[in-house]
Ligand binder design. Sequence first.
Ligand code: FAD
Length: 381
Amino acid sequence: MSTPQWIIVGAGFTGAVLAERIASQLGQSVLVIDRRDHIGGNAYDYKGPYGILVHKYGPHIFHTNSKKIWDYLSRFTEWRPYFHHVVGHVDGCYTPIPFNLNTLADLFPRQMADQLSQVLIDTYGYGKKVPILKMREEASEQLRFLADYVYQKVFENYTIKQWSLRPEQLDPSVSARVPIHISRDNRYFQDIYQAMPADGYSAMFERILAHENIAVETSTDFDSVRGLYPDAKVVFTGPIDEYFDFAHGALPYRSIRFRMFERDEAHVLPVGTVNYPNEFDFTRITEFKHLTGQSAPGSVLIEEYPEAYVPGRNEPYYPIPTDDTASALRPYQQMAQELRGKVWFAGRLGDYAYYNMDQACGRALALFEKQLSQARPPETA
Ligand code: FAD
C-alpha cells in the first residue's frame, strides 16, 4: 500500500470493524496498526498447551441482544453455541452467580429461602433483574436483610479487589452489570445471542481484516507513523489521554495480572468460571475448555489479579467509571471534538467507556454510519 487514506490505531473490535467498513463500503485504503504483536486487541486468542484455544487477556465470552451486530460478525465466523456459567465460593459453598433464587436455596435454610424467594417474586416479578444498590434501599426489612447479605458476601470484597473502590464509589452501571436475578436461570448472561467464534477470535479478526484495501502492521506504535501520512484521516482506539500527551492529566485505568497455568487433568472446574469474592488475591479462575468445547487430556486455566495501572509496566484494561473520571474525561472530549473531520476516537480506551465486545462492535458500526460514511467518494456519472 502506498499512501493510506486512513490510519486506524488499534486492531481490536473497534479498529477492525471500522477498517472493514471503510475498505469495503468506501473503497478507500486503510492502514491498521497495533503496538502489540498481534491483531484482535484484548479478544486475541491462540493455541496453548494441549492445543486448547486460550485468551491471552482473560476470558472473553460473546453475548449480544443485537441482531444487527450478530449478523454483521456472522459474516466472518461460524459460532459454537455457549452459555457461560459462573459459580461463586460463598460460605464454603459453590453457588450460582449472579445471585438468583437457586443461590438463595443454596445459602439459606429451606423455609427461609422459600419465604425470601416469594418476597422477591412478589416485589419485582419473576425474571426481573435488580441492582444490588437499589435493593439495599428498599423499605421492606426482609429485602434489606437479603440485600445486605448479598452485598457483604458477593459484592463488597469482589468490587474492592476488582476496582480498589467500594461499590458506591463506582458508577451504578458497574454493579448493575451483575444484578440479583429473580429467576432459576443459572446462565451468567441472558442475551438472545450467546456463542463463541467456532475457530476463535483471532481467526475471525483475520477474516474481518482480509480485504485488499486493508494493510495491517503489528508491533507498530502510533508515534512511529504519526507524521508519515499527514493527509490520512485517523481513527484512534488507544487511550484518549495518551493521544493528547496527557495534557489534562492521566485518566485512571485498572489493570490485571493474568496467571495462566495448566493441569494434567481432563476437567478442573465444574463450570467455566469460579469467582472468589472473599478469599485470595485473584478474583476468579476460568477454565478455557468450557468456553471452547475442546476435549484434551489436560486443561488450561487463568487466574485474574486486578492491580493498579502503571504506564509502561502493565496494560490499561478498564476505564474506571466514577463521577470524578467523567469530569476528568470532559476536557479530552472537547479536544477530540476540535479534531472532528480529521481524527475520530472510539472504543473502550478511545471513548474511555466500559464496553463489552458487542458494544465496541456496535459503536464502530454506528460511528461509520453516522460520520465516516460521509467520506464516501462522489458517485461517478
Ligand atoms: P481493545 O481490544 O483494547 O483494542 C485496542 C487496541 O489498540 C489494543 O490492541 C492496543 O494495543 C492498541 N493500541 C492502543 N494504543 C495504541 C497506540 N498508541 N499505537 C498502536 N496501537 C495502540 N467483553 C465481552 O463482551 N465479553 C467478555 O467476556 C469480556 N471479558 C473481558 C475480560 C477482560 C479481562 C477484559 C479486560 C475485557 C473483557 N471484555 C469482554 C471487554 C472487551 O475486551 C472489549 O470490549 C474489547 O476488547 C474492546 O475492543 P476495542 O477495540 O475498543 O479495544
